[in-house]
Design a protein around this ligand. Structure first.
Ligand code: TNX
Length: 496
């Protein structure tokens, strides 16, 4: 119905000849636009718009983020702005409930018209436009006449960087935010603490970064983000509609905190040293000493919410066995809600008595999450055999894990995750753990091109997804990845 109405509207706007080619997303490969994620509805009209190097841009009030994104796009293509130019690019705020908070329409005809209910929607229209245009400066640009109406399947379209095992510098995180935004991803989950390192400055506990920030997994990078750097990253993300979601992993995976403040461990714990190994599941805050650990957790979370405006704060909760674990998780998730936010916990946290608005992040394919669904929890899907990008791009890739799937997680496998098979889904998130990923180039290799899969799973509907077409579109976007400086894995299925 929506498509029909859109067709009618486009007929009225464009004049409706028998030659009008309404191309549904998935049945005509040669006609597909090279877009990832693939939009909800694409109509191609005959003809093209030739975009000279001068355009007239008109923006409405309240479109600052998208207008800035458009400006950056035009700058990279050497397109200048002049109010007397014949080609116009217009950014409109409209009131069309069907587009939701993030949807948009992009019409290319005599002019280029971007419409959305929100600045965010317009930002995504600009990203679509950027994928339709080449990545390199040309003498002029040609766009097919079209009308795209688009909105995401899921509100949570995420990627996780483990900066705790091996640190990633501010410049890398910024580049990653830019790359995510190009694919309409909107949640960057930062795994900020683990056994091997503590990566965020906490003013009340300076040793967390003096000691905990100085260690890393063997061969990896140490370091931490100052609070000023975190603020800088948060606002960099805001300007690109990427929310930074902090994770402080509790109460396990805490050796770096324990090495910094020994009193966080129980008295009988003898290993209080910084850790640079690969084991998981050996450290924990002393759950029988609530007077010590809860004030610490409270103070840290209080500072975290001041730094990160994200509605959701991740408290970890993975891989620990302790009789007091459920009580800890319930207290920690409640602390987050008392701070005015909502907690996320890894799937194991579902054993605790949490409020049903707590989000659960599923990571073991086989985990029985049904009881938590029955209590009303929503899920972030990160099942490891599809979404763990520390696993190989191919079986046996050096410096990759294969504990979850011995064949690794090739591009095709990642694409097979069908979020629509699950219930109560907030969205999808791929994860790059960094025990074995120690440099920017290695991170690029593990993340790309697989993150493009996450983008399509999070945005496009099941009917609009087709792996062969995805490959063709991704291949066409290779120059864009190159222009962004991505040292991607040269995937043989793409002929790279
Ligand atoms: C499991 S997934 C972990 C991480 C490791 C990862 C390696 C999860 C919540 N915990 O601590 O880094 O496996 O693939």
């Amino acid at each position: 119905m929506k498509i029909l109405l859109a067709t009618l509207a486009a007929c009225l706007l464009a004049g409706c000849g028998s030659h009008m080619d309404q191309t549904p997303a998935s049945n005509n490969t040669s006609e597909q636009l090279s877009l990832i994620p693939y939009p909800e509805s694409v109509m191609r009209m005959p003809g093209t718009l030739v975009l000279n190097k001068v355009v007239h841009v008109e923006t409405a009030d309240g479109t600052e983020t998208s207008a800035l994104a458009l400006k950056r796009l035009l700058n990279t293509l050497d397109i200048t702005r002049d109010t007397s130019a014949s080609t116009q690019i217009q950014l409109y705020l409209v009131d069309e409930p069907a587009l939701g908070d993030e949807g948009y329409r992009l019409d290319v005809d005599q002019q280029i018209i971007l419409s959305a209910n929100t600045d965010t929607g317009l930002f995504y229209a600009v990203q679509t436009l950027s994928q339709l245009l080449p990545s390199q400066v040309q003498a002029n640009y040609e766009l097919p006449n079209l009308s795209i109406t688009d909105s995401p399947a899921f509100s949570w379209r995420g990627n996780m960087l483990d900066v705790a095992r091996s640190f990633l510098p501010v410049a890398y995180v910024k580049a990653h935010i830019d790359r995510m935004a190009r694919f309409k991803l909107n949640r960057l989950h930062l795994h900020l603490s683990d056994d091997q390192g503590w990566r965020v400055e906490i003013a009340g506990y300076p040793k967390l970064t003096e000691i905990g920030g100085a260690s890393a997994v063997k061969g990896g990078r140490s370091g931490f983000y100052t609070q000023a750097e975190i603020r800088e990253l948060v606002s960099y993300g805001q300007a690109r509609n990427v929310t930074l979601v902090p994770e402080i992993d509790l109460p396990g995976h805490t050796q770096a905190a324990i090495a910094s403040y020994n009193e966080l461990a129980c008295d009988d714990v003898t290993n209080l040293a910084p850790y640079n190994g690969l084991e998981v599941g050996f450290s924990k805050l002393c759950l029988t000493d609530p007077d010590t650990i809860y004030p610490f957790v409270q103070d840290v979370l209080s500072e975290i919410v001041k730094l990160f405006p994200s509605e959701y704060i991740h408290i970890g909760g993975d891989e620990i066995k302790d009789p007091l674990y459920p009580e800890f998780i319930a207290r920690a998730t409640r602390m987050v809600s008392d701070l005015g936010r909502t907690a996320i916990a890894w799937e194991e946290g579902s054993v605790a008595d949490n409020d049903p608005d707590v989000l659960l992040q599923l990571w073991n394919d086989q985990y029985d999450i049904q009881p938590a669904l029955d209590r009303g929890h929503q899920l972030i899907l990160s099942p490891c055999s599809y979404s763990y990008f520390d696993h190989g791009n191919y079986q046996g890739q050096p410096d990759t894990y294969d504990w979850c799937r011995k064949e690794g997680v090739p591009l095709a496998r990642a694409y097979q995750l069908n979020p629509q098979d699950f219930e109560q889904v907030m969205g999808v998130e791929s994860a790059m753990w960094s025990e074995l990923v120690h440099s920017d180039n290695a991170a690029d290799n593990r993340l790309w091109p697989r993150v493009a899969v996450t983008a399509e799973l999070g945005w496009s509907r099941e009917d609009d997804r087709n792996y062969q077409e995805f490959l063709a579109r991704l291949n066409a976007l290779r120059p864009m990845l190159d222009a962004m400086g991505i040292e991607y894995y040269r995937e043989p299925q793409l002929g790279w």
